[in-house]
Structures are given as structure tokens and as C-alpha cells.
Design a protein around this ligand. Structure first.
Ligand code: AMP
Ligand code: GLY
Length: 421
């Protein structure tokens, strides 16, 4: 089986690792991939979607896996173009990927399907947004388009809201687009993932992402500074409620609205006092949640995704282990405002009993790994209990060093009961 994974980050590195461990032993390719991914997959060069499809045909690709989201909505859409070329794709068509690409589309879908979520108003201008906020803080402002995880601001004051409106609606940092003014939901956050193929679904191990740059959830939003995953992250009752009120109606809605969904779907949830409410959908696995979830999974992910892309979700192919997985991100100097490339990373050979996934690295002429982007590495450890997994992840991450490295010190600790010392 020939599989091509689209993407180049830590999530794709973890997906490719899991695919490479599949008993069906697929031959792996990646576009565009990275120097680290090259140890698992042959890198494919392409210039745009049409050229990528031509390459996939040339290589007799049996399955295309959408790691990252941007190609799902580019041009005619990755899955649509794969379908036209007769290549099964694990990732939704452009119509379904609107759930991530347009926050207004997603909100209207949730409302049509009666899925619990915060109240929201769509706005075309900064003035419309000011009217919708109506002086009520905190409020949440969301740019209605892809913004690499940076298009959302939780604003506690008018000054914060004004800064965001200026940047996004006046200076147009993310280009043209509308804005949602959304009710601020309170509660612990949980990321739930499901594999969806038509009307069939399977829920994966829940995870929690740490999006802010600094300890204690301070500092700016990032793509994610760490994650923790476990079947014990939510109670059985909570998971059943998430399934009944959110996952099932979403899958039923995707079928009813003929969105042709196949692939991973990500439910960003807030566990409010009134029950779980959805903050956002993403049409892919989370990054860095994927790096935490994948090591807790065993089975044949390759065949699972291929069959899923062909319309059959075979739950017997994969299993989820008990225990906890903790993923720590090492980011480069300046992240998330800027990033610094070219800092040499040392200590890989000292890491034991943890996985290291590369998000933003490259090999220099001397064969050393260097930083090459904002999020650089993910270090992931598992254990039966959360405390041991946290301890192991932090012990192992300390071996990896580069100039200006940043990380949080409270991953797997904040938003949980205190650990026994
Ligand atoms: P997003 O880019 O949609 O994942 O949002 C980034 C972060 O903003 C989320 O992980 C939440 O922490 C926060 N957020 C988004 N929407 C809301 C909301 N309605 N209420 C409270 N926090 C929110
Ligand atoms: N970890 C957040 C995301 O993947 O969007």
C-alpha cells in the first residue's frame, strides 16, 4: 500500500510514525514533508494541487492522508481532486472542510443541527462588531477564515477588543473576511477527535491542549505549547454526553447536509456548567494533540484510514491504551510573534523512553539539527499515571537544548488536580 501524507509538522511526523508501525507495512510518501519526515517517508515535490495529483498518480498512491488543513480548501480541494483522480483520500471534501475554514458556516451548521455552542453574531465591519459586543466583557472575537490558530481573541476589556478589531478588521492581518462575536464560555477545555466515514464514526482518546505561550495560560495564543491525552481525561458520563449531544448530531448533520465527510474531525469543547459546548471544529487531527494521542493507539492505522477513505470504518483495526501521554513543545526564540531559525539543537542521543517529533527543524550542512520555525520539537512520554508521564516528559525534554528555547512548565499540571509530590 502506498500512502502519501500532506503536511510537514509535528502532527504529520507523529501520523507517519504511527502509519510506519502499521502491520500492513505501507510504503510512505510525504508532501512537502521535512528533513525529519524523510527518515520515514519519501519526500514528494509538487507545485500546487494539480501537480500533486499528477505525482500521486505517477507513484500509484493508494491513499492520500490530509495531515494539515490548507489543501482541503485550496483550489477545488484536495479530497475533491483526489476523488476526480480515483485516489481515496482520508480528509473531507472542500464542502465539508468549510466546518474549519469558515467559523460562520460552522456556527450556522451547529445551530441547524441543534448542537450546543456559544451564541454568536456574524459581522462584516469593526462597527458591526462593536454593536454586537454591546459592552459585554469578556467576549470572544473570531476571524472567519483560516488564520493558523491565531484568529481568535478572548477579550476581557474594551481595549483588548479594539486592538484585535484594528488588527483584523482594519489592518486586515489575515486578509478579507467577516468576524464572529461570540459568547465567552467558561470551563475546562477538552479536544475530542473522531474518525468519520459517512454515517460511521469512532471517538479517539480525548486530549487537552495548552494554547497560550506562557505558564498559567498567560501570554499570547500559539498553535499549542503542549498537550495531554488519556481515556481518563473525562469521565465515562462526560464522554457519553459529548457523544450524544455533540458527536452524533454532528455526524448525522454531515450526512443530512451531504457534506461527504471522511477523515478526522476535531471537536474543540468547553465543559461548561450546562454541559459540553463546542467552540470549534477542525477538519484534521490537532497539533500537538496528535503527538500525544498517537502513542496511545495500537493497531493498523494505515488499513484503518484506507478503508475509512473507501467508506468503511473498521473499528476492530485500532485500539486505545489506558494511561496518560504528555507532549511538551519546545519553541524557538520569539515564538509566537516571530521565530528564529538556524539555532543548533543538541541532546537527541540522551533522550530515553520518550518520542521526539520534529515540527520545525532542518539538517544543516554539517548534519546537525537546527531550528527552522516557531514550534521546533515535541517530546512525548507515556505512563500509567499522569504524574509519572509529566515527570518523564520533563526529564527527557531537559536533554534537548538550543539557544532561545522556550517551553511551558505546567503541561499536564494546570487545569488538573495537584500532583502528589
Ligand atoms: P480556536 O482558534 O477557535 O481554537 O480558539 C482558540 C482558543 O480561544 C480556544 O482554545 C479557547 O481557549 C478560546 N475560545 C474560543 N472560543 C471561545 C469561547 N466561545 N469562549 C471561551 N473561550 C473561547
Ligand atoms: N492544537 C490546536 C489545533 O490543532 O488547532
Amino acid at each position: 500500500m502506498n500512502i502519501l501524507v500532506v503536511g510537514k509538522g509535528g502532527r504529520e511526523h507523529a501520523l507517519l510514525k504511527a502509519l510506519s508501525e502499521s502491520p500492513s507495512s505501507p510504503r510512505l510518501y510525504s508532501f512537502p514533508g521535512s528533513d525529519a519526515i524523510e527518515s520515514l517517508a519519501t519526500l514528494v515535490e509538487a507545485d500546487g494541487l494539480a501537480s500533486l495529483i499528477a505525482k500521486m498518480k505517477e507513484l500509484s498512491i493508494d491513499l492520500c492522508v490530509a495531515g494539515e488543513e490548507s489543501y482541503l480548501v485550496k483550489d477545488e480541494g484536495l479530497a475533491n481532486a483526489c476523488a476526480a483522480a480515483g485516489i481515496p483520500c482520508w480528509g473531507p471534501p472542500k464542502e465539508g472542510a468549510q466546518l474549519e475554514a469558515s467559523k460562520e458556516f460552522a456556527k450556522e451548521f451547529m445551530n441547524r443541527q441543534g448542537i450546543p455552542t456559544g451564541k454568536a453574531t456574524g459581522c462584516a465591519t469593526a462597527d458591526e462588531a462593536r454593536a454586537a459586543i454591546a459592552g459585554v466583557y469578556p467576549t470572544v472575537l473570531k476571524f472567519d477564515g483560516l488564520a493558523a490558530g491565531k484568529g481568535v481573541a478572548v477579550c476581557f476589556t474594551e481595549a483588548e477588543a479594539e486592538d484585535f478589531l484594528k488588527e483584523v478588521m482594519e489592518e486586515r492581518r489575515f486578509g478579507a473576511g467577516r468576524l464572529l462575536v461570540e459568547e465567552c464560555l467558561i470551563g475546562p477545555e477538552v479536544s475530542v477527535f473522531a474518525a468519520v466515514s459517512g454515517d460511521q464514526y469512532q471517538i479517539f482518546t480525548p486530549a487537552r491542549d495548552y494554547k497560550r505561550a506562557l505558564d498559567g495560560d498567560k501570554g499570547p495564543n500559539t498553535g499549542g505549547m503542549g498537550a495531554v491525552a488519556s481515556l481518563s481525561l473525562v469521565t465515562k458520563e462526560e464522554l457519553a454526553q459529548i457523544e450524544e449531544t455533540i458527536v452524533k448530531p454532528t455526524v448525522a448533520g454531515l450526512v443530512k447536509e451531504k457534506l461527504g465527510y471522511k477523515g478526522f474531525i476535531y471537536f474543540g469543547l468547553m465543559m461548561t456548567k450546562e454541559g459540553p459546548k463546542i467552540i470549534e471544529y477542525n477538519c484534521r487531527f490537532g497539533d500537538p494533540e496528535c503527538q500525544a494521542v498517537m502513542p496511545l493507539m495500537e493497531g493498523d492505522l494505515a488499513t484503518y484510514c484506507l478503508k475509512g477513505a473507501q467508506g468503511e470504518l473498521d473499528r476492530s483495526l485500532i485500539r486505545f491504551k489506558q494511561g496518560w501521554s504528555v507532549c511538551l513543545i519546545l519553541a524557538s526564540a520569539g515564538y509566537p510573534v516571530t521565530s528564529r531559525s538556524g539555532d543548533v539543537i543538541t541532546g537527541f542521543e540522551q533522550v530515553e523512553g520518550a518520542s521526539v517529533y520534529h515540527a520545525g527543524t532542518k539538517k544543516n550542512a554539517a548534519g546537525q539539527w537546527e531550528t527552522n520555525g516557531g514550534r521546533v520539537l515535541a517530546v512525548v512520554a507515556q505512563s500509567e499515571d499522569r504524574g509519572s508521564a509529566v515527570k518523564q516528559a520533563y526529564e527527557q525534554v531537559s536533554h534537548l537544548q538550543f539557544e532561545g528555547a522556550q517551553r511551558r512548565n505546567d503541561i499536564g499540571i494546570m487545569n488538573f488536580a495537584p500532583l502528589k509530590s
